[in-house]
Design a protein around this ligand. Structure first.
Ligand SMILES: *Cc1c(COP(=O)(O)O)cnc(C)c1O
Length: 369
């Protein structure tokens, strides 16, 4: 029986093997293993790509979010105990960044069709203590809307993007990473633009924020042995910056490949127990995941596995239901909980799934009964 793998990272990177090895050798020979031109060069190319004024490389996506929040506290925009609105159906990192900074997460249910928060859900959750909204561009679909941005501006809230899943995605002509006041990207190996290890970056048009993030990420120090803030060590490694410089050359064609597979699924899958994802007009979805919903998930996944198709779940347990957040377990979030029980991710990596594979997977789904 033919097998349809979900994702295989060696296959993903094999296509760029020569360029990655060359970039690796360049760093080894440079003698510069922290900071330097490899990192600053990647930062300036990445900021040009998303259209932001600044980009600051950091150790991972969680730190990118943490550093944005810490920097706003450092600058006096937020204070500990302030509330941050977060979608309830996100990956846990979004919430960990909030609580790690001494801020209070206020969970809101997403729109069931887009899986993203919208201005109506945000407006219902705002209190006098709200300082920010984290818009998670879940699965590669932007959560931005001009209405959400206007609402945040009018109410003095920072709009922070969790762009970990959305490099190259767009809404209303704006790139993810340039839709809010600041954005966090992750280069975790499974992301659309993955490093060969951990990596992340903060993008913003705010010079003061960028400067503060850079200082905080480097022991709170601008110049050696002068620590002006209580910082941490969270820098993007030159070796990962070199890997990512290779990947950045190909991100648009990688995302086009995902979109091509998604278009095949969208046009071919036709089943009354399967709800397909949406791409509202004016949005460019980059399908970090292609997520369908089905009412009897266990049975569906068993059927897919029996037919050689590997699937995954993003995410089976929402953050407020995790043991570490037992204090939020009683909050009523019916949409997030329903999504957690119904979502299934199909193979969508263009390195591992061909257009012919996608048609075959869609046909397998259509025969499900
Ligand atoms: C991957 C991810 C993160 C965290 O990124 P890391 O680089 O793994 O720390 C944060 N938010 C979302 C939505 C993610 O998918």
């Amino acid at each position: 029986m033919k097998r349809y793998p979900f994702l295989d990272l060696s296959t993903v990177n094999a296509r760029y093997s020569d360029a990655l090895k060359e970039a690796c050798s360049r760093v080894i020979d440079s003698g510069r293993y922290i900071g330097g031109s490899e990192v600053s060069g990647f930062e300036s190319r990445l900021s040009k790509y998303v259209g932001s004024g600044y980009a600051v490389g950091v150790a991972n996506g969680l730190d990118a979010l943490r550093l944005i929040l810490r920097a706003y506290i450092q600058l006096g925009c937020f204070k500990r105990g302030d509330e941050v609105i977060v979608p309830a159906n996100t990956f846990i990192a979004t919430v960990l960044a909030v609580t790690d900074s001494g801020l209070i997460p206020v969970f809101v249910d997403p729109d069931i069709a887009t899986h993203n928060i919208d201005v109506a859900s945000v407006a219902k959750a705002v209190t006098p203590r709200t300082c920010a909204v984290i818009a998670v561009h879940l699965y590669g679909l932007s959560a931005y809307s001009p209405e959400l941005a206007d609402y945040c501006r009018l109410h003095g809230l920072k709009l922070i993007e969790d762009s970990a899943q959305a490099i190259g995605a767009e809404a209303s002509g704006l790139m993810c990473g340039h839709q809010g006041d600041a954005a966090a990207f992750s280069f975790y190996p499974t992301k659309n633009m993955g490093a060969l290890g951990d990596g992340g970056i903060v993008t913003t048009d705010d010079a003061e924020l960028a400067d503060t993030v850079r200082i905080l990420a480097n022991y709170g120090s601008r110049s050696r042995y002068e620590n002006i803030m209580e910082g941490l060590n969270s820098r993007l490694d030159p070796i990962q910056a070199a890997m990512l410089s290779v990947k950045l050359d190909h991100i648009d064609s990688e995302n086009d490949g995902r979109r091509e597979l998604a278009a095949i699924y969208n046009s071919t899958i036709d089943h009354n127990h399967v709800i397909k994802p949406v791409e509202p007009s004016g949005y460019r979805h980059v399908y970090h995941q292609y997520v369908i919903r089905t009412d009897n998930r266990e049975r569906f996944r068993r059927y897919m596995a029996d037919n050689g198709v590997e699937t995954d779940i993003h995410y089976p347990v929402p953050p407020h239901r995790q043991p570490c957040y037992a204090r939020y377990a009683s909050v009523a979030l019916p949409v997030a909980e329903r999504l957690a029980s119904e979502v299934v991710s199909l193979p969508i990596s263009p390195a591992c799934t061909s257009p012919a594979d996608a048609s075959e997977i869609a046909d397998i789904i259509n025969r499900y009964n």
